[in-house]
Design a protein around this ligand. Structure first.
Ligand code: HEC
Length: 221
């Protein structure tokens, strides 16, 4: 018996079914998502990143930060909001401006989807990259000291030098200068914020209630 047509049919069905479920269906669900107008502050949402922050995003990929950090606030599977990692669940629309969404799948360190809100100070990030022990005692994040140059002070200390507390400061007469990569990575961290509402993902009720209470308290004063 010639089994050729059956084998052909079987392979055909498998290919069509996989294409439907892996490419076509997801594309129908999220492929047509567009940015929306930011009614409160103008511009569009999600805001997207530019300049140094966008260079920092490349550095983030090159250095493999994604091996330990996710950028996705989840609600279905855990306690991300209680941990202070975000005010709402991340949804597909949050990533539409990104050519490669850096969602990640391993959480050795905290989620960074909203790190810019949690730690807005770029200087904090520089100190943390130089040596995580300075800002976060007992941290097991590796130091990225190679993003900095330790050099002898000639004349006046540089205005760009890091202000490093004892006992982490370099020996007397030396200063630590962040590279362009370090600065860009810090701006990238400061730019990561999911602090806006989307219809499909409003902020959690608890947080909205806190914000409302805060606004009422301020209005009363
Ligand atoms: C080996 C795993 C590992 C790698 C790789 C790693 N981190 Fe971390 N990261 C951690 C851990 C653990 C913490 C929590 C302790 C701390 O704050 O230092 C952390 C904390 C952080 C925080 C502070 C988060 C908060 O909520 O305060 C930032 C920002 C951060 N990492 C950014 C980065 C960046 C950028 C890179 C790449 C240059 C990177 N990490 C690479 C493990 C890692």
């Amino acid at each position: 018996m010639n089994r050729g047509p059956f084998i052909f049919l079987g392979v055909f069905i498998i290919v069509v079914a996989s294409w439907t479920y892996v490419v076509y269906k997801p594309n129908q669900n999220v492929g047509r998502l567009t940015a929306i107008i930011d009614e409160e502050q103008g511009g569009i949402l999600p805001r997207g990143i530019q300049g140094a922050a966008s260079h920092g995003r490349e550095v983030y990929q090159e250095l493999g930060c994604i091996a330990c950090h996710t950028q996705q606030v989840r609600v279905a599977t855990g306690t991300d909001i209680e941990r202070g990692w975000g005010v709402r669940q991340s949804v597909a629309r949050d990533y539409i401006g990104e050519t490669r969404a850096l969602i990640g799948n391993s959480r050795i360190g905290p989620d960074l989807a909203n790190i810019g809100d949690r730690r807005p100070n770029a200087n904090w990030h520089l100190l943390h990259f130089y040596n995580p022990q300075i800002t976060s005692e007992g941290s097991n994040m590796p130091a990225y000291a190679f993003l900095f140059e330790t050099r002898e002070i000639v004349g006046e200390p540089s205005v760009d030098a890091l202000d490093i507390p004892e006992p982490f400061a370099p020996e007397n007469g030396y200063e630590v200068i962040p590279s362009r990569e370090a600065h860009s990575l810090a701006s990238y961290m400061a730019s990561l914020k999911i602090d806006y509402d989307l219809i499909e993902a409003p902020k959690s009720n608890e947080i909205m209630a806190e914000e409302l209470a805060f606004a009422l308290e301020n209005a009363a004063q």
